[in-house]
Ligand binder design. Structure first.
Ligand code: MG
Length: 229
C-alpha cells in the first residue's frame, strides 16, 4: 500500500467518531429529543449529517420531518435541549485504536491538530486528559472558531493556517461523509475511517482518498509504514 504520510507534516484530526466513540450518544440524545418533541424520523440520520453545526442540523431534521424548518431561536432552544441530553447520557469513551493512531502520527513527525464541528465542552475538556500531550495548546479548531461548519472547508482551512502549511503538506482524518467533503474542499488528502454505520460507498462518493474499515485497522497501517529519515 502507498505511504500516505510521505511528504506530510500535519494531521488534521476530527473528534466525534474519530478519537471518541461518541456518535452513538449523539444519536441517542437526538432520539430523546425527537421523542419528547414528537418529531417523526430516524435519529440514525444524524450519522449522515455529522459535522454540520448543531442548529443547522436541527433545522434540517425538522425540514425532513415536517417539510419546513424552525426559527433560528427555536433551533437554538432545541439544540440546547439535545446538548443537555447528550451531557446526561454521553461519556468520554475513547475510540479503540485512536491512541495508537495518534502515537503513530507522532512517530512519523506529524503535528496533530484537532478540527471538530463540535462545541461540546464535555468532550473537548476531556481531550487533554484522555490523550495527554497529543495536541499542543492552541492546536484545535472547534465550532466556536468558525462561521461555517463542515461541509464548508473553513474548519480545515483554519487548521492549515494554525499549522502554517499548504494543503499538500497535510492529511485529514474523518469518519463522516460531510467531513470528508470539507477536507476535500480544503484541498487536503482525506482519510475516511468507517467507525459507524455509514457504508463505505458514501465516503467514496465524497471523494475520500483512502478508506479504512476501523480505527485499529488504520492504526495498524500507520504503524507498518517505514519511518522517513
Ligand atoms: Mg466525526
Amino acid at each position: 500500500m502507498e505511504n500516505i504520510l510521505s511528504g506530510k507534516s500535519t494531521a488534521l484530526i476530527d473528534m466525534d467518531g474519530v478519537i471518541y466513540d461518541s456518535m452513538k450518544f449523539h444519536a441517542e440524545a437526538f432520539r430523546r429529543l425527537f421523542k419528547e418533541e414528537g418529531v417523526p424520523g430516524n435519529p440514525e440520520d444524524v450519522y449522515l449529517y455529522e459535522g454540520m453545526r448543531g442548529t443547522d442540523l436541527v433545522n434540517m431534521l425538522y425540514v425532513r420531518a415536517f417539510g419546513h424548518g424552525v426559527s433560528e431561536e427555536r433551533a437554538h432552544e432545541l439544540y440546547e435541549l439535545k446538548s443537555k441530553y447528550f451531557y446526561e447520557i454521553g461519556r468520554n469513551e475513547p475510540m479503540e485504536g485512536a491512541d495508537r493512531m495518534l502515537d503513530a502520527l507522532k512517530q512519523h513527525g506529524l503535528r496533530r491538530i484537532l478540527v471538530t464541528g463540535s462545541s461540546q465542552a464535555k468532550l473537548l475538556d476531556g481531550v487533554n486528559r484522555d490523550y495527554p500531550g497529543a495536541f499542543l495548546p492552541g492546536d484545535r479548531v472547534t465550532a466556536l472558531d468558525v462561521v461555517n461548519g463542515k461541509p464548508d472547508p473553513e474548519p480545515y482551512l483554519k487548521g492549515l493556517s494554525i499549522a502554517g502549511v499548504p494543503p499538500e503538506k497535510a492529511i485529514v482524518i474523518e469518519n463522516a461523509p460531510l467531513g470528508v467533503r470539507a477536507g476535500k474542499a480544503a484541498g487536503v488528502f482525506t482519510v475516511a475511517v468507517t467507525t459507524g454505520p455509514i457504508p463505505r460507498e458514501a465516503f467514496e462518493q465524497e471523494g475520500a482518498d483512502i478508506i479504512f474499515p476501523s480505527m485499529p485497522a488504520f492504526a495498524d497501517y500507520l504503524s507498518s509504514l517505514p519511518l522517513e529519515k
